[in-house]
Design a protein around this ligand. Structure first.
Ligand code: GAR
Length: 215
């Protein structure tokens, strides 16, 4: 069974979607640990409800970003975590951590990367006037939301949309594709070749079936 570690900073609804996918048997994995960088992150309450261990690692306790991420890395390795899930973790991860978990850290971003990386992906999409946006699950590299893309889902953007209404529409898709990406990983079906993530058979389903606009 795949051993997961989840990093979150806030609400944790993606964390919850993964808990639910495991609970319903759609995902064969175990969440070994939740790490938060904010003591009051609501994700902690979700962890408590589901008897998942959690640790608060305070960035203020470290003199450098590297040291903070080394502490996170050590905590995850101590628990035998194989795949790290960034679920609304609002920090750019640093090299010592990435090196230890190369192509084994996933992130979800609320836009169709490479458009609108960084903060407020939904607001950027509304302000830019795009007609389609969505969300992206990708492996994490040293850049800001630049790593190889695993799955994307698209949603329409309406002229009346606000940042909030678009975020809500995108979030529904986030909760669908994040557990799906982890499932593909757990089945050994993801292979990174340069910038591309190849999804192996039984059906080469990476590009379309999870995209609601493409049916
Ligand atoms: C999600 O919309 C996620 O895509 C976004 O933060 C939200 C966290 O929600 N992440 C980023 O913007 C990362 N750049 P959640 O805490 O309810 O899962």
């Amino acid at each position: 069974m795949l051993r997961l570690g989840v990093l979150a900073s806030g609400r944790g609804s993606n964390f919850q979607a993964i808990i639910d996918a495991i609970g319903s048997g759609r995902l064969n994995a175990k969440i070994e640990l939740l790490i938060v960088d904010k003591a009051n992150a609501y994700a902690v309450q979700r962890a408590n409800k589901h008897s998942i261990d959690h640790v608060f690692i305070n960035p203020k306790d470290f003199s450098s970003k590297d040291d903070f991420f080394i502490a996170i890395r050590d905590e995850l390795q101590k628990r035998g975590v194989e795949l790290v899930i960034l679920a609304g973790f609002m920090r750019v991860v640093q090299k010592p951590f990435i090196d230890a978990y190369a192509n084994r850290i996933m992130n979800i971003h609320p836009a169709l990367l490479p458009s609108f990386p960084g903060l407020h992906g939904q607001r950027q999409a509304v302000e830019h006037g795009v007609k389609i946006s969505g969300c992206t699950v990708h492996f994490v590299d040293e850049g800001m939301d630049t790593g190889p893309i695993i799955i994307q889902a698209a949603v329409p953007v309406c002229s009346e949309d606000t940042e909030e209404s678009l975020a809500a529409r995108i979030l529904l898709q986030e909760h669908r594709i994040y557990p799906e990406a982890i499932r593909l990983y757990s089945e050994g079906r993801l292979k990174v070749e340069g910038r591309k993530v190849i999804i192996s058979s039984p059906t080469d389903e990476g590009c379309c079936i999870i995209n609601p606009l493409l049916g």
